[in-house]
Design a binder for this molecule. Structure first.
Ligand code: GTP
Ligand code: MG
Length: 197
């Protein structure tokens, strides 16, 4: 699938102020700095569409982008940002979980995982929470350009094994690099497939 247009719609801190749930929606979530905003820019081939930063904690709001006037991509704030206060973290949790649990047009949640790291408890816990709540999700491993494919594959396999302790089946997995524009097409194909159903 080739994206023809991608436009910023709005940023929100309140779930009741989100755009009307009339179009299918796909959300990108994961630890701070994992590369959510960069992936949205790479997928849409539009540099600067979603704001990125070397400093974790850049995205603080729920950001909606409309794609081909037909579906939404959503950039979410990262979890696990150590530099923030306990109160901020608790507020984030409440706000994002409320969004994920109540957004009726949400088709799939893409959970981004740093492909350089061994499975992290915070990511596994988050996947478990999604599973327990029956929320559909897939895994996107990021920053593949930063090490060998063999190393990325090893970390992906370890993550899969860790998830198999809780899940009978492991969701779809994608290995990507926003820097090298690698692994993007399979994600867009998957979205297209869901949009068609
Ligand atoms: P928050 O909004 O703070 O939660 O972060 P985020 O997950 O949106 O991360 P963001 O896209 O802002 O990227 C964080 C940093 O990682 C930036 O310096 C990016 O340039 C870098 N980065 C993101 N994706 C890649 C990638 O595929 N390869 C490399 N080498 N760097 C990347
Ligand atoms: Mg971001």
């Amino acid at each position: 699938m080739l994206i023809k247009s991608a436009e910023f719609v709005c940023s929100n801190t309140q779930v009741d102020k989100l755009p009307a749930p009339t179009l299918p929606e796909y959300a990108f979530i994961g630890r701070s700095n994992v590369g959510k905003s960069s992936l949205i820019n790479a997928l849409t081939n539009k540099k600067g569409l979603a704001k990125t930063s070397q400093r974790p904690g850049k995205t603080q709001l729920i950001n909606h982008f409309v794609i081909d006037e037909n579906w939404y991509l959503v950039d979410l704030p990262g979890y696990g940002y150590a530099q923030t206060s306990k109160k901020n973290r608790a507020d984030w949790e409440k706000f994002i979980r409320r969004y994920l649990l109540n957004r009726e047009n949400l088709q799939c949640i893409f959970v981004l995982i740093d492909s350089r790291l061994e499975p992290q408890k915070i990511d596994l816990d988050f996947c478990c929470w999604l599973g327990q709540n029956g929320l559909p999700f897939m895994l996107v491993f990021t920053k593949a350009d930063k090490q060998s494919i063999v190393k990325s594959d090893q970390n992906m396999a370890k993550f899969k094994r860790a998830l198999l302790k809780w899940f009978e089946e492991v969701p779809a997995r994608f290995l990507t690099s926003s820097e090298d524009k690698m692994g993007l097409e399979p994600i867009l194909e998957k979205i297209d497939e869901i949009n068609q159903t």
